[in-house]
Structures are given as C-alpha cells and as structure tokens.
Design a protein around this ligand. Structure first.
Ligand code: 16G
Length: 576
C-alpha cells in the first residue's frame, strides 16, 4: 500500500461547499462542489453530508479515494463557538480517516488572501468581518457579529440603509433618491410602502434579500444618486475602520508592510467602497496597502492542510526572529546572519513575492553593520533566487521557486503545463551524429552508432528555465531529426510516433555554478547556482534509450524527494 498522498482544502459557506484536492506539494488535482454547509443554518447532519458530497466529488475528479487523503482542513461558516467547532470536528473526523483541522471560514480566507503572512483580510459579502494574523501567529477578529448585531459595511448593511433612505424620502424626512423606484422595480412592488410586507412577512429570507439590493445601490450611485453614493462611502469607511482596528491590535513590527486584503462582492465590485475604505484606513495607517487576495479561501485551506501534515514546512511564526539584531558572533559572518534573517522573513511569509525588500540603508541601521556587509547578504540572496533586482526600481522578493518532485519520470512539457505555464523551447542544435566514446558508454552503444543530439533552451511563459542536451539512440527512432522541437515534447513524439514508452530512469543531481555561456543563455548572472541533472531513461526490457544532461536554474527550482525508512531498521551508534 502506498502512503496517503493527497491534501483536501474545504471551503464551506452559506450557499455552497467547495473542496479542492491537491498533492503533497499543494498542486491542485481536482475540485468538487456541493450544497451549503453552515452548521448554524443546516444542523450538523446536513452540513456534514454536504461536506462529504464535496469531498467525494473532488476525489472523484482527481481519480483518488478517501484512503489517499493524508490531511484535510475545513474552513466552515458557523463554527466559531468552541462547542460548535468540536461537534463539527468530530463529525468530520468520522468522515475522513486523516489528520483534520476545522476552522472558521474567515481563517482560510485569511490564509488564502495573504499566503499565511501577517496582515488583515476584510470580508464583505452578505455579512462582514475583519480577521488579522500577527507575527506571533495570533488571530485578531473584529466585526462578524451577524446582521442583527453588527456587520457594518456588509451587503446587508448597505441594503438596509438603502431601504431606510427610500422610506425616509417617502416620509419627507430624508433627501430625495432614486432608490425607492429601483427597489420597487427589483422587488416588483406597486407602492413603496409594500416594502414592509415584503420584509416582515418573510423574515428568514429578509437578510439575503436585503443584501441582494447592493448592485442596485451601486447602479444608483454610478448614475449620480448622492444618497446611494453616501451609503457606499459610509460602508467603505466602516470597513476601513474594521481593518485599521485589527491592524492596531496586531502591532506589527515597523519594517513589515501593513497589508489589507479584501474579498466579497461589496468591496471588489465598487470603486466607491474601495476608495472610501482606503481613505479611512490611511487616516490611521498612511502606509497601509489594500490588495486583492492572493488565493481563494479553498486554496488557503489546502495550504493549512499541508502545514498540518508537516509543520516544519511553515515555521511557526513565533519562532521567526522578528526584528532581532544580528549577534556579533565571530563564528558566523555578519552577512550570513543577515541573509538568514531575510530568508526567515521570506520563508515565514512575512515578506511576500512582489514586496519591496528592506533597503540597504534600513538594514544597515537596523543591524548596525556596514553597507558592504548588507550588500554581500543581498547579492547572495539574489543569486539564490530569493531576491529580484529591477534596474532603476529596487529589489523585490522573488516569485517562489518551482517545487519539482523527483520520483516521477515526467517531461518538461508536462511539468510546465501542470503549473499552468506555457512550455516552449529554443532549439540550439538538432543533429544526427555518431555516439562517441562517452555517450556510447552511457547508452551501451558502439561509439560509431548514430544518435540524435538535441540541444534546447527550455522556456516557461517565455522565461528561460533550463538548458538541456538530449542524446537518443537513433536506431529506435529514425527520422527524429526532422521534427520541430520548438513547441513539441520529445517524450510525446517518442511515444506517439515511435511507440517508445520510457518506463524508468536513473537520475543524478549535482550543483554547479553557471559559466559565462550558461549564464548568458539562461539569463542569470555568471556564478548563479545551477542543478545539473543527468538522466538515463530505459524501456521495459531495460534497454537504454535516452541520455540527458539538463541544467536547471537553481534560483527558480527546488527539487523534492520523499524519503521512507525501512521498517525496523535500527540506527547505527555514532561512536563506540
Ligand atoms: C525534462 C527531463 C529531461 C527530459 C525532458 C523531456 C528533468 C530533470 N529532465 O526536462 O530528462 O528529456 O523533460 O521533455 O526532469 P519534453 O518531453 O518536454 O521534450
């Protein structure tokens, strides 16, 4: 039996339940949808049934079963109170024979929004809430008290104010507005006072119906209705206040960005709301930046499931040196300590891809070291691919490296497509030549035997990733040299045209520094680390077909290997 190899991320809300299945690196393999799973509204049994339906649909889409699940995280509406949380966790533990975490829905939204880095997410849909994560990993929640008790700046709040305004205009106590006409049209009423019946006679539905008026308020504001615009500005300012209050309580260290991610139809669909929110937030936090969420809540749940399985992957934030000065310890050079400090901040996601890195001046002052030392640390991180310098703009945190599993005999084309990138190649040479001594030895051929030699620069979305020289035994695939490899996979051609099914390969990995040619071809600085991978691929009967030397950019790739220890194998003693 193979070890469980899948993660589940579940996003259960008041209208639907979404489940994502991912492999252990977090790559999404399938998605499943089912009905709502708000425990408070549906009760335990129906909520759990819908979660199960979403899980099963997602597993079916990925061709997996429950036995393949190693860990799961469910972010669910209505589980904030400890007793509800416990009941739901018990129900889901029965459903899933894996490690499982149950959290409130806003928590997975926060994880998705900021990739686990400190900051705030403001959610404004039918209801509203702001949730923040501190550098110590603590959560701060503001709002989210529901439509009767709070939810300022929510869809319900906006709809409610629109109804108030329409009726106030009817009574003559409020300013004239087009909202009354619009509401009558939307709700198919003949007179405005029929609003009363519509709301009070169907109270359970009223919350959603009232929140459903938001698009109409936005349309009115866009067409110059001042009353509608004022309602939206008020909502935006309320949301800004929620975010600022959370930021204040998070007390983030001064060097960290103040990130506020927004999600939900109210802020994402209205520039008026977003601008008002930004203005009110900047009164208390001038440097705060409002951003869209990096990922969806379900993707956030997948990341939390991954961390559950291997807490080492995401270091506990409390363990990350926040702004501690370097120790002037003679055994570890200062530039190395600063490099480690920055790397911790990147790996713990206190600094996110695209963020501006702290400036040389800031680091010089913070650590009390020379500029040269700081520069040395930054250059090292740049060469390792953690920082990215843009001429005239500054230094930024680089995109995360691709995680490439090593246990699979896959092709570059497949690997890139799986990541949603477009693979391509620049063909540098494609020729049929005699094998020569070295290649002949590796492939088990006569030195004069013909081989096809293909040298390609491999690209992902146009960016150079690897320099690759393949040698293929030509006798198995005559005419291969005539193929165009700019946009075609070698492995696919071997399989489809020549019936060659590669079934195993031996691979070695080595680190080297890019020489001038490799650096120029791969668009990196000379000396940048590269991973040299040599692969010899074989057919079923063990005949060797292909020998490849690939140079992968060390600044863009990291390779992942799953290790397993033989059962019952004792460890050796260190010394006798
Ligand atoms: C990958 C392989 C390489 C193989 C190539 C085929 C590694 C390290 N290397 O780059 O050995 O020849 O894929 O790619 O994984 P293609 O089928 O897309 O041409």
């Amino acid at each position: 039996m193979t070890a469980p190899q899948a993660l589940l991320g579940i996003d259960g809300g008041g209208t639907k339940t979404r489940c994502l299945v991912a492999d252990l690196t977090g790559q999404i393999l399938g998605e499943g949808l089912a009905g709502p799973s708000n425990y408070q509204v549906l009760g335990l049994k129906d909520a759990a049934t819908n979660v199960r339906a979403a899980v099963q649909a997602a597993l079916a889409a990925a061709g997996l079963t429950l036995a393949d699940v190693a860990a799961a995280c469910a972010g669910l509406a209505g589980v904030a109170r400890p007793e509800d949380h416990l009941a739901m966790k018990e129900a889901l533990s029965l459903l899933l024979p894996a490690q499982i975490d149950v959290v409130e829905d806003a928590r997975i939204a926060l994880e998705g929004a900021l990739g686990g880095s400190p900051g705030v997410v403001v959610i404004s849909g039918t209801g509203s809430i702001a949730l923040g994560l501190s550098t110590a990993g603590e959560l701060v929640r503001v709002g989210g008290w529901g439509w009767l008790l709070g939810d300022e700046g929510s869809g319900y709040d906006i709809g409610h104010r629109a109804l108030n305004a329409a009726l106030a205009a009817l009574d003559g106590v409020g300013s004239p507005t087009s909202l009354g006409e619009r509401i009558m049209q939307a709700w198919q009423l003949e007179r405005l006072d029929q609003i009363v019946g519509r709301v009070y006679q169907n109270l359970p539905q009223a919350r959603v119906d009232v929140a459903g008026l938001v698009p109409l308020v936005m349309a009115a504001a866009a067409e110059g209705d001042d009353v509608a615009a004022t309602i939206l500005v008020k909502a935006g300012r309320d949301l800004g206040r929620l975010a600022a209050t959370v930021l204040e309580r998070l007390a983030l260290p001064p060097a960290l960005p103040r990130r506020v991610a927004v999600t939900g139809g109210v802020v994402t669909n209205s520039d008026i709301v977003r601008e008002a929110m930004g203005a009110s937030l900047s009164e208390r936090f001038p440097q705060a930046a409002i951003m869209d969420c990096l990922r969806t809540p379900a993707e956030g749940a997948v990341a939390m499931a991954k961390a559950l399985l291997n807490p080492l992957v995401t270091p506990r934030r409390s363990e990350v040196s926040s702004l501690s000065p370097v120790q002037k310890h003679p055994a570890v050079p200062l530039h190395y300590q600063i490099r480690k400090y920055l790397l911790d901040a990147i790996e713990s996601k206190q600094l996110l891809p695209g963020d501006q890195a702290p400036s040389e001046r800031e680091l010089t002052e913070q650590f009390g070291v020379s500029r040269l030392t700081v520069r040395q640390a930054m250059t090292g991180l740049e060469m390792q691919g953690y920082l990215h310098r843009i001429q005239g703009k500054g230094t930024f945190i680089a995109a995360p490296k691709f995680e490439q599993p090593l246990a699979e005999l896959s092709s570059f084309t497949e690997d890139m497509r799986r990541r949603g990138l477009v693979p391509a190649a620049v063909v540098l040479t494609a020729e049929e030549i005699p094998a020569g001594l070295r290649v002949a030895k590796v492939l088990g051929l006569d030195p004069s035997a013909p081989i096809f030699r293909l040298e390609r620069l491999r690209l992902a979305n146009g960016e150079p990733m690897a320099l690759e020289i393949s040698h293929v035994d030509s006798r198995l695939c005559p005419g291969l040299a005539a193929c165009d490899f700019t946009n075609q996979s070698l492995y696919r051609i071997l399989q489809e045209r020549f019936g060659i099914h590669l079934c195993r390969a031996t691979q070695t990995l080595e680190s080297i520094a890019a020489d001038a040619y490799e650096a120029a071809t791969l668009h990196v600085r000379e000396g940048t680390p590269l991973t040299l991978i040599e692969r010899v691929s074989r057919l079923e009967g063990d005949r060797r077909v292909e020998y490849v030397r690939s140079l992968y950019r060390g600044d863009r790739y990291r390779f992942v290997v799953e290790l397993q220890r033989q059962e019952g194998h004792p460890y050796e003693l260190g010394s006798k």
